[in-house]
Structure formats: structure tokens, C-alpha cells
Design a protein around this ligand. Structure first.
Ligand SMILES: Cc1cc2nc3c(=O)[nH]c(=O)nc-3n(C[C@H](O)[C@H](O)[C@H](O)COP(=O)(O)OP(=O)(O)OC[C@H]3O[C@@H](n4cnc5c(N)ncnc54)[C@H](O)[C@@H]3O)c2cc1C
Length: 414
């Protein structure tokens, strides 16, 4: 294998207190939180939209976590007021419009004075000792540097951390297989029968047992005749080149096949109206952080002094072998500690969201959007505190962090 050394002079495009890479649930919450702490925040996103898997992969349902608090609660109040529970310690599972969410996030970032840069894909880090001084980004105008006093990796894949050399794991401990990928799509009730269409190369499913997940899984809560479908399943790791290539074509084949099946089995009036621009990745990379969340923490209801998020979302593992099974196990609720977001070796880097330090089983529960909002919010506040105190991320004082989160409306269950 030939290797190359690539050297370039790259000019700095922007400097900020907090540079956040990835504009999903985690990155948007981190940006809001840090900005509310009075910090100059830059949010870099490689696609054209905020919302992460929730919009780009059209995963437009919030799974219940049992603690509707902080920025997530605010989002529900502003976007989905009819779903807002009276108390924070209740569970909701509302569906939303991915298109309205995309717009909401744009407007929200403007209100919160966050500088968002679309079409900005992180590609590398500039390091000075144990600090990341800048990130190198591929922009519409070529490579540019964004300098930050603190850096938060919210790429979902730990892309920044891995590039910087942080150790990581991927998938099941036994064989490295991750949860499978799914291409979400929507159908619309047209009020009259549609002609089912099965394009060349697709599958003619005859029975539920033939379907990729061996089940029908969809939502119709928006009361506008739309149907959100989560029924494809592809054995692939969305952080790998060949796997992603395979997934993007195989998942699309499945989508047309499933739509055809549904049009023949109960959804005769429904047209295929929207296919997410990108196949969704449930699980890719986890950093090795100062603490690794594990199955025992989930099943024993672990509590931590440095709690930053709480959830009672089930263990939810779609078969990594892409068999037709899903391992679903109820749990009562647990804390996620701050240390899961803190990699060793760097003083000014946090990794938040689905790629925190967690085992395969533990990440299957903590990965859902509401939890990622909570983790992002805590990461943004922690980055701000690290700047104010002139300390390393690992030394952020917990009492102060909890104080800021409380001021920002976060409530934890005792
Ligand atoms: C098919 C599927 C179904 C799911 N079902 C549900 C569900 O029903 N309910 C629920 O709550 N959760 C569900 N989830 C989980 C949830 O959507 C994700 O775990 C959650 O969105 C993770 O948030 P995140 O911010 O950590 O990462 P992501 O949502 O993945 O966001 C990461 C962001 O970073 C950007 N990015 C990545 N790399 C770079 C780079 N190099 N440079 C710049 N930007 C970059 C991405 O474009 C993206 O916007 C599902 C996930 C999938 C895939």
C-alpha cells in the first residue's frame, strides 16, 4: 500500500471559544448551551442541514427516555407543544416533521447566536502538545482552519477524536459488528388507489417473514396522512467506506421493495413520497474515555456523582448480523457520567453524543436523540467552564457544571 504525506499552508477562516463539529442533536444542543454561557461558538456541519440522523436520515421520532428536561424539553415546548408533559420525569415519544425540524434548527441557531457553517466537513486536527489548536475543514472554498479554545466532537462517529489519535472501539466486543443501517422513508395517503411500482433489481416480498426486519414498523402520528417507515435493514458499519457504499444501494433496493409490499398489504392509497438523503447509522465508533458505560450500569440503575444525562430507554439492539431479530430489554433508568465524554490525552477535547465511551450494549440504550441532546448540552456547558477556569476538560468542577445545567433548566431525578 502506497502512503503519501500531504503538506499544505491553510489559512484560518474563523476563531471561536468553542468549535463544535457535527450539527446533530448533540452538536446543536452543545452549541446552544455554550453560547448561553457567553461563548463564541462555531458549529460545523458537513451536510446542508442540522438535526443529524433526525433529519438527514429522517429518524423523525423521539424515543422515550423518562426525563424530558433541558434543551430537549425546550425543543418539545417550542416545536411539539401538544406533547410536552407536565413534569420532566415523564416519558413521551412524539413524531415530528423532519422538514420543520430542519427549519426550526436554523432559526434556533440564529436566535442563539451560533455561527453555523454548512458544507464544512472536518478532515484533520492541528495539535499543540495535549491541545487541539484547530480543525481543518473541507469547505466550499477549499481547505480552511477553524481555531478553537475548546473542541467538541459531535460527529456521531468520533471522527475528530479518531483523527487526533484517541483510541476507540467499534461494534460488538465479540466480533466488531455494529447495529445494522436503515434507510427511512415516507409514504403519503393520496385518497385513491396508487399503482404499486417495483423497480428492476428490487425484491418481491410475499410475507412479513420475508421483510428485512421480519416485522412492520412505522408511525402515523402526524395526522396528515403521512407514514414514516423504519423497515429496511442492512448489515453495515456506517463509518466504513465499503460498508457505506454497499448500504446506500442495498437499502434503497429494500425501500422500493418495502413500499411495494405495503402498497399491496394495507396501504393501497399510499405513494412513496420521500426517501431520506442518507442511510441512517445506529452505531459506528465509541471512544475509549475516562469511564466506559456498560451493561451492568444500565441493568443495575447506576448513579454517578458526575451525572450529565439520565435515561430509562431500553436496551435496543437491531441484529448486527442483520437477522430478523431485535434484542429489546426494559430497564429502570441510569445515569451517564461526564467522564464518558472525556478522552485521555487531550486537555481541550470532548466527545459527545452516540460515540461516547460505552460498550455495544450500553450504547444501544444511550444512543437515542433525547439523550444526545442532554449530553450535548452538558458538553457545551463543560467546554465553557473549562475556558473560564483555565482547566483541562477532565478537571471541570462538577458542582459548577451542575449549577450551570440547573440554570439552563436541566433537572435530574434523585
Ligand atoms: C435508522 C435509525 C433509527 C433510529 N431510531 C430512533 C428513534 O426512533 N428515536 C430516537 O430518538 N433515536 C433514534 N435513532 C438514534 C438517533 O437518531 C441517533 O443516535 C442520534 O441522532 C445521534 O445523535 P448525534 O448528534 O450523536 O449524531 P448524529 O445524529 O449522527 O449527528 C452527527 C452529525 O455530524 C455530522 N458529521 C459527521 N461527520 C462530520 C464531519 N466529518 N464533519 C462535519 N460534520 C460531520 C453529520 O452530518 C450529522 O449531522 C435512530 C437511528 C437510526 C440510524
Amino acid at each position: 500500500m502506497t502512503t503519501y504525506t500531504f503538506t499544505r499552508e491553510i489559512e484560518t477562516y474563523k476563531q471561536a471559544d468553542v468549535v463544535i463539529i457535527g450539527g446533530g442533536p448533540t452538536g446543536t444542543a452543545a452549541a446552544i448551551s455554550a453560547s448561553r454561557c457567553g461563548k463564541k461558538v462555531v458549529l460545523l456541519e458537513k451536510t446542508a442541514q442540522l438535526g443529524g440522523m433526525g433529519t438527514i436520515a429522517n429518524v423523525s421520532v423521539f424515543m422515550p427516555i423518562g426525563n424530558v428536561t433541558g434543551i430537549y424539553r425546550e425543543l418539545i415546548a417550542e416545536m411539539l407543544a401538544e406533547s410536552l408533559p407536565a413534569g420532566h420525569d415523564e416519558s413521551i415519544a412524539p413524531q415530528y416533521s423532519p422538514f420543520l425540524m430542519r427549519h426550526y434548527m436554523n432559526e434556533k441557531m440564529k436566535k442563539e447566536k451560533v455561527d453555523v457553517y454548512f458544507h464544512c466537513e472536518f478532515i484533520g486536527t492541528i495539535q499543540e502538545g495535549s491541545r487541539i489548536k484547530a480543525v481543518i475543514v473541507s469547505t466550499r472554498e477549499g481547505l480552511r482552519a477553524f481555531e478553537g479554545a475548546t473542541i467538541i466532537d459531535c460527529t456521531g462517529d468520533a471522527r475528530v477524536a479518531i483523527e487526533a489519535g484517541v483510541p476507540y472501539t467499534s461494534g460488538r466486543e465479540s466480533d466488531g459488528l455494529t447495529q445494522p443501517m436503515t434507510l427511512m422513508f415516507m409514504m403519503q395517503d393520496t385518497g385513491k388507489p396508487v399503482t404499486p411500482l417495483l423497480p428492476e433489481g428490487c425484491y418481491d416480498y410475499q410475507d412479513v417473514a420475508d421483510l428485512p426486519q421480519g416485522r412492520r414498523l412505522y408511525w402515523e402520528q402526524n395526522n396528515d396522512g403521512s407514514l414514516l417507515v423504519n423497515m429496511s435493514r442492512v448489515k453495515a458499519n456506517g463509518a466504513k467506506i465499503e460498508d457505506s457504499n454497499y448500504a446506500e444501494t442495498e437499502a434503497l433496493r429494500q425501500v422500493f421493495s418495502i413500499a411495494y409490499y405495503l402498497q399491496k398489504t394495507g396501504f393501497e392509497n399510499y405513494a412513496l413520497t420521500h426517501i431520506a438523503p442518507q442511510t441512517g447509522a445506529r452505531e459506528t465508533n465509541q471512544i475509549v474515555g475516562r469511564y466506559t458505560l456498560n451493561e451492568q450500569d444500565l441493568t443495575s440503575g447506576a448513579r454517578f456523582r458526575d451525572v450529565v444525562a439520565q435515561t430509562n430507554y431500553e436496551i435496543d439492539i437491531h441484529s448486527p448480523d442483520a437477522k430478523k431479530t431485535t434484542d429489546e430489554r426494559r430497564i429502570d433508568g441510569y445515569d451517564i457520567p461526564y467522564r464518558c465524554m472525556v478522552p485521555e490525552a487531550f486537555d481541550n477535547l470532548l466527545v459527545a453524543g452516540r460515540s461516547i465511551s460505552a460498550t455495544h450494549v450500553a450504547m444501544s440504550s444511550m444512543r437515542v436523540q433525547a439523550t444526545c441532546y442532554a449530553l450535548g448540552q452538558a458538553a457545551g456547558a463543560a467546554a465553557s467552564l473549562a475556558i473560564d477556569n483555565g482547566c483541562k476538560m477532565e478537571d471541570v468542577p462538577m458542582d459548577n457544571l451542575h449549577g450551570i445545567l440547573q440554570d439552563q433548566g436541566v433537572k435530574f431525578m434523585k
